[in-house]
Design a protein around this ligand. Structure first.
Ligand code: G4F
Length: 349
């Protein structure tokens, strides 16, 4: 019998990478999706389109306890990865209430349903380095106190403690991953890395003339999402449940990210970048850098993709994605090469 896993948030960046990883390990993979995603699969399921025939999807909402209870009652999952959330920090300042409702209640509903049903599943909660917020020490590790700076950060602290409490109070196998920023070509366009790589590609191809950003001095510990989902899985394979920081241990500013991304297409970011106060946040997290020693020692986890490799992959993927807009696909067919080779040539020095 294959092992079974449920992923909430399977249509997102991490969910799609995790689904791929678990299918590769021979799991039967289930996912929850919102009803609206089932109704608009082309629009909402782009990241998992290539996996759809191998997945088992269930309509559910983080706002509905019965919908989650029903799925957990109907299946005996080995592992549950709770990734679904309102994950955009800036949006949480606009609508803190819906962020709190989805992220806190959604986590509570899942844990409560598992408890009620006496589920034997191992549970993973997607915590965040945003929980450290106004950091109390550098680098941040599992013992660093939390000081969240946004409704999003507060919601993740609550979810993290709900997870810990179910472990401590009811003996459930629950783990909290404290994941630092993780990116890749599947990243949403609202996040700063994808906004930058998309703009660098569009500007290079003559499709845009500027990039507007907020705080260029914020520093983040950026890794690759495909690396980070391996850590999620490893956490649930240990004898005892625990919490782990997952990070690269390197920090870079938004400005450095811009510099590298534009270099990739042979441009100087300073010629194209404008700061725009609309993108400043009411309270900022200035510096994040994680110490993942515990994950390294106990899980045997290390990141494989470097910062430079991450930026390069994202810029090239954006060039490739945008190329059809220039009809590079047709051109490639005519000259007998691939659109990716043409995109690569576009960023060659
Ligand atoms: O890419 P961001 O929006 O990611 P942020 O806020 O660090 O959150 C991400 O990582 C967390 C882990 O630490 C996750 F929990 C969370 O779900 C999400 O995945 O912003 C990164 C930095 C911020 O300091 C922001 O102020 O970039 C700065 N920034 C500057 N200009 C901008 C912009 N961010 C965005 N999104 N858009 C801008 O124009």
């Amino acid at each position: 019998m294959p092992r079974t896993a449920l992923i909430t948030g399977i249509t997102g960046q991490d969910g799609s990478h995790l689904a791929e990883h678990l299918l590769g390990l021979g799991y039967e993979v289930h996912g929850t999706v919102r009803r609206v995603a089932l109704e608009q699969p082309m629009h909402r399921m782009g990241r998992i389109a290539h996996l759809l025939p191998r997945l088992k999807l269930h309509a559910a909402s983080l706002e509905s306890y019965p919908s989650l209870f029903r799925i957990l009652g109907a299946h005996d999952f080995d592992e549950i990865y709770h990734l679904a959330a309102q994950s955009f920090v800036a949006e949480s300042f606009e609508d803190g209430f819906s962020t709190m409702n989805a992220n806190v209640n959604g986590t509570h509903y899942l844990l409560a349903a598992m408890r009620e049903l006496k589920s034997r599943a191992r549970f993973y909660f997607a915590g965040s380095s945003e929980m450290f917020g106004k950091v109390r020490e550098t680098p941040q590790r599992e013992s660093t106190p939390f000081h969240p700076r946004s409704p999003y950060g507060i919601s993740k602290v609550s979810g993290f403690f709900l997870t810990m409490n179910h472990r401590e109070a009811y003996g459930m196998y629950c783990c909290g991953g404290i994941l630092f920023n993780h990116e890749g070509p599947r990243r949403g366009h609202e996040f700063v890395t994808r906004k930058i790589t998309g703009a660098a590609a569009r500007i290079k191809l003559g499709l845009a003339g500027e990039l507007r950003l907020g705080n260029l001095d914020a520093r983040r510990d950026w890794g690759h999402a495909a690396d980070y989902v391996r850590a999620m899985h490893l956490m649930l394979q240990q004898d005892e449940p625990d919490d782990y920081v997952v990070a690269t241990g390197e920090t870079h500013s938004v400005r450095e990210f811009c510099e590298l991304a534009f270099q990739e297409v042979n441009l100087d970011y300073r010629d194209w970048l404008k700061t725009d106060e609309r993108y400043l946040r009411p309270a900022e997290v200035d510096l994040l850098v994680g110490d993942a020693s515990k994950a390294r020692e106990r899980l045997g986890w290390t990141p494989r993709v470097s910062f430079a490799g991450l930026v390069r992959e994202m810029v090239r993927a954006d060039l490739e994605e945008l190329s059809p807009k220039l009809d590079l696909g047709a051109l490639a067919a005519r000259v007998g090469t691939s659109a990716s080779r043409i995109a690569e040539a576009a960023c060659a020095r």
